[in-house]
Structures are given as C-alpha cells and as structure tokens.
Design a protein around this ligand. Structure first.
Ligand SMILES: CSCCC(=O)C(=O)COP(=O)(O)O
Ligand SMILES: [Mg+2]
Length: 253
C-alpha cells in the first residue's frame, strides 16, 4: 500500500518526472509511442530525401554503433528502440519532432492528472520552483504541457531538463547537474518519480525523493526501496526553504 502523505519537506525546488508521475503511463504507451511509431519510416524517408535533420540521422547511426546504416537501417533501429522503450536520445529527438506535428494539428494532447495544476500553483504561490526532468526532449515536454488535456500549463513551470542536458535519469551525476544549473542546494530539492532507480539516483545526489504510483498502475502501489510513495501530488507537502538570494533560475525550452 502507498503512504497517505509525504513530507513536509523544506524545499527550494521540486523536480518532477512526467510518465507515470504527472501524466498517465498508458497515455505514453498507448497513444504517444504508437503515434510516432506509425510515422517513423515515412519521417526517416523524408529526411533522407531532403537532407533535413541529417545531424539527427547521424546521431541514430552513432547510438546504434553502425556508421553505415542506410535509410531502412535507421528506420529499423528507431522502431526497435521504440518497441523496447530504450531511452535513446536520438529516438527521443525524432519522437519529439513527430509528436510536434500532432500537437500542432490538434490530434495529440499531453495528459496530466486532475490535481496537477492546483499542486503546481500551490507550490508556485509558496515560492517553490517547479521543474520537469523527463526522458522526452525539452521540446516534447514543453508541448506536453502547452497542449495538455487541462489546457496550457507552461506558466506553472520554471524549466525543463532532458537526457541531453542533464544525462540519464538513473545516474546520480544527472541530479548534481540539475542542482548546479538551477542554483539550488541538493538537500532542498524534492524529486517525484514512479521509478525506484531514478529516486535512488536522486537520493545519492543528496535530494529528497518521493515515489508516485497512480491507482491502477500495473507495477503496484509502491515504488519499493526506502522511498515514501504517494498516489497523488496532493499528498506531497512542501514548504518554502530559505533561498540565500531569493531568486529562481528559469530554464526555457
Ligand atoms: C514528453 S514526455 C514523453 C515521454 C517519453 O518519451 C518517455 O520516455 C517517458 O519518460 P519519463 O522520463 O517521463 O518517464
Ligand atoms: Mg516516469
């Protein structure tokens, strides 16, 4: 069973995962991933013919460890990573570009749970900075919140971090990088995620970590390890810690 409440924590910043934490796991797996997966081969073909996004195609070859990959090989590598949910930065870049078309024409929305806007606003009013750290690119994250099922929520966030600018989510160094970038002491940052290994890495970097498991999550009601687990952001209690210079770093996409 998950814990009813977590905290209170004296916090200068809260950093949040998206999939499984702020928004639904099923939305990513059943809507977003298939949307991009169906369009991968066509997208690669277009770039191959026009020469656009050639750097991204080079990144696919580099990540696959095969500099000779042709059009079909690139599309195949991307499809295999998507099917296995490999957090490959070039796949994330391609997905973000394909999803952007869906957000622009109204066929895609980001998903956030009902209490999320009010929780973000409560923390904003308390003077606590709010950041996202997701495997999706910063552009994909921004689009998720700009086109969410509950409207444009981007004004409730101070910035976004992804695999390219922070590093892998299971690596403690990534959390050090984020703390340094936003200029906040690690012990005053609270990280919210649905994945134990990510929470473990944040704790190793000196952050507080709270597991989030939404009702009906097939992985069970707790993230495991020693982390408290809640089922809603309502249950995360934060109070503003003193900031030496009373400022908030903004990291825009
Ligand atoms: C804009 S987020 C898209 C989600 C995604 O691509 C993904 O791999 C989920 O990653 P997360 O780190 O948010 O769990
Ligand atoms: Mg997640």
């Amino acid at each position: 069973m998950s814990d009813a409440e977590a905290g209170p924590y004296a916090a200068e910043a809260v950093v949040m995962d998206i999939e499984g934490t702020i928004g639904s796991l099923a939305h990513v797996r059943d809507v977003l991933f298939p949307y991009a997966r169906r369009r991968l081969a066509r997208w690669v073909g277009e770039q191959w013919r026009t020469g656009r996004h050639s750097a991204l195609l080079r990144d696919v070859r580099a990540f696959a460890g095969d500099p000779g990959l042709d059009e079909a090989g690139i599309a195949g590598a991307l499809a295999a990573w998507s099917d296995a949910d490999v957090k490959a930065p070039p796949l994330k870049g391609v997905q973000a570009l394909i999803w952007a078309e869906g957000y622009a024409d109204g066929s895609l929305q980001g998903h956030v749970y009902p209490e999320v806007p009010e929780s973000l606003d409560r923390w904003r009013r308390a003077g606590i900075a709010r950041y996202i750290y997701s495997s999706g690119t910063r552009a994909a994250q921004h689009n998720w919140f700009a086109h969410s099922n509950l409207g444009d929520l981007t004004t409730l966030l101070d910035g976004y971090f992804d695999l390219d600018d922070a590093g892998g989510k299971r690596d403690p160094e990534s959390y050090g990088t984020i703390a340094h970038t936003i200029g906040v002491a690690p012990e005053t940052i609270v990280f919210l995620s649905d994945v134990r290994e990510e929470l473990d890495a944040a704790v190793l970097a000196g952050w507080h970590a709270v597991g989030v498991r939404r009702p009906g999550d097939p992985r069970g009601a707790t993230v495991g390890g020693r982390h408290p687990t809640v089922c809603s952001l309502d249950a995360v209690h934060l109070m503003a810690a003193d900031r030496p210079d009373n400022s908030t770093a903004t990291v825009t996409s």
